[in-house]
Design a protein around this ligand. Structure first.
Ligand code: UD1
Ligand code: CA
Length: 416
């Protein structure tokens, strides 16, 4: 099976310079969500139709093994598929068509769709869903229950507009008839575009078996056409992620006020307070307390029973077990040993103006309030820093020392 992903449009309704499919949802472009679903279905080399800011979109394709095909002018979804004709010259069998702006469709639903298409032996199948508010989507028009046509919002009669079954923009075509039908598509519609959706009506009239399979949920059918849609989709993806963690025993005090990106690990019994932002790649142990107002970025690993409190940001850091960093800290490129207590206002100054430097804090270190670690520094186990210390690289610190001052020196050598 071959796949064509449509990603050439500007996304005019986004009112943005960035191509629509590159708008990020939790740091990852909308298009990447589509490519991940296709990869899960075993599609190794999807063709991606690019056009608006093509180079920019192309630069995201490589990790997915996707191959760009260029649609020079964007004259509609039918025209976009035509752009892939040459690339598919040697292909036979089925072609899956997938919009680049639908990141909520689940891999399970694609599997069901493929299976149902095979069972029915239709020449063309379109995946549909019911929308309580179908505005803007193409409606699935049926006659005596059987598929008749897809009618776009702007071309629909009032009766057709009342239909709630809508087109997701996902189709399976027999390759040969797809390109034959596309030759016959005109621009006779309100937008003056070549509609891919017209091919289904054309083929049905010619006697081919065209089926609409109502297998997607309303949520999955949510596409992105506007900034409002983008926010809706982000919220839904967040909700899905939080639900997965809840099912594994993580407590969220206020799920609607917490953001958890895909690809986060959280251990059982951990409590997440409101207004946390947890990015892809963060790993939190069991029985931790996080937030309120914590930001955990990629590469942060937190051991069991640690407390990361309010206004703490951590980035690329390994934080041990039973570590306490309860208030107002930045921990970047840090390694923090088990049992350490990080006082309020502690900052790892990890950037020397050229590159990021590491701070290593040993086990059971007691970091006094407002300590600044000017990285690279290494603090041995059991050390204590006084409030307001500025720890710099040059000064030697031994296990168990108490260091104070600016720059921080071991207390014994420090004038009291
Ligand atoms: C389309 C469908 C509609 C369906 C909806 C589902 C058509 C005519 N309409 O409408 O029935 O309910 O999707 O979300 O197909 N694109 C190109 N080149 C173009 C035009 C579009 O690559 O010349 C790409 C876009 O980048 C986008 C996708 O095709 O990723 C869909 O285009 P869009 O304009 O969003 O179509 P809708 O109006 O949402
Ligand atoms: Ca769309």
């Amino acid at each position: 099976m071959e796949a064509i992903v449509l990603a050439a449009g500007k996304g005019t309704r986004m009112c943005s310079e960035l191509p629509k499919v590159l708008h990020p949802v939790f740091g990852k472009p909308v298009l990447a969500y589509a490519l991940e679903v296709l990869a899960k279905a075993g599609i190794k080399k999807p063709y991606v139709v690019v056009g608006y800011k093509a180079d920019k979109v192309r630069s995201f394709l490589k990790p997915y093994g996707a191959v760009p095909v260029l649609q020079r002018e964007q004259k509609g979804t039918g025209h976009a598929v035509m752009a892939a004709k040459a690339a598919l010259a040697n292909a036979s069998g089925s072609v899956l068509i997938w919009p680049g702006d639908m990141p909520l469709v689940k891999p399970e639903t694609l599997e069901k769709f493929l299976a149902a298409h095979q069972r029915s032996r239709a020449h063309v199948s379109v995946l549909s869903c019911d929308q309580a508010d179908p505005w803007g989507y193409g409606r699935i028009v049926r006659e005596e229950g059987l598929f008749a046509a897809i009618r776009e919002e702007w071309d629909a009669t009032p009766e057709e507009r009342a239909i709630r079954e809508v087109n997701t923009g996902i189709y399976l075509f027999d390759k040969k008839i797809l390109f034959e039908a596309l030759q016959k598509v005109g621009q006779n519609n309100r937008k003056g575009e070549y509609y891919l959706t017209d091919t289904l009506e054309i083929l049905r009239r010619e006697g081919y078996y065209v089926e609409a399979l109502l297998l997607a949920s309303a949520e999955e059918g949510q596409g992105i056409n506007s900034q409002k849609d983008l926010a809706t989709v982000t919220k839904k993806i967040n909700g899905r992620e939080i639900a997965k963690h809840q099912a594994r025993g993580v407590t969220f005090m206020a799920p609607d006020q917490t953001f958890v990106a895909p690809g986060v690990k959280i251990g059982k019994g951990t409590m997440i307070y409101p207004w946390c932002f947890i990015e892809t790649g963060a790993e939190i142990g069991a029985h931790c307390e996080i937030g309120p107002f914590a930001k955990l970025r990629g590469g942060v690993v937190i051991g069991d029973e640690s407390v990361i409190g309010s206004f703490v940001e951590a980035n690329r850091s390994r934080i041990g077990k039973k570590v306490s960093a309860k208030h107002l800290s930045y921990l970047g490129d840090a390694v923090i040993g088990d049992g350490a207590n990080v006082g309020a206002g502690t900052i790892t100054a990890n950037f020397d103006g050229k590159k990021k430097q590491q701070t290593t804090i040993g086990k059971n270190v007691r970091v006094g309030a407002n300590t600044v670690f000017v990285a690279p520094v290494r603090i041995p186990d059991g050390t204590t820093t006084g409030a307001g210390s500025v720890v710099i690289p040059k000064i030697k610190i031994k296990k168990g020392d108490v260091v104070v001052g600016v720059p921080a020196r071991p207390l014994a050598k420090h004038k009291r």
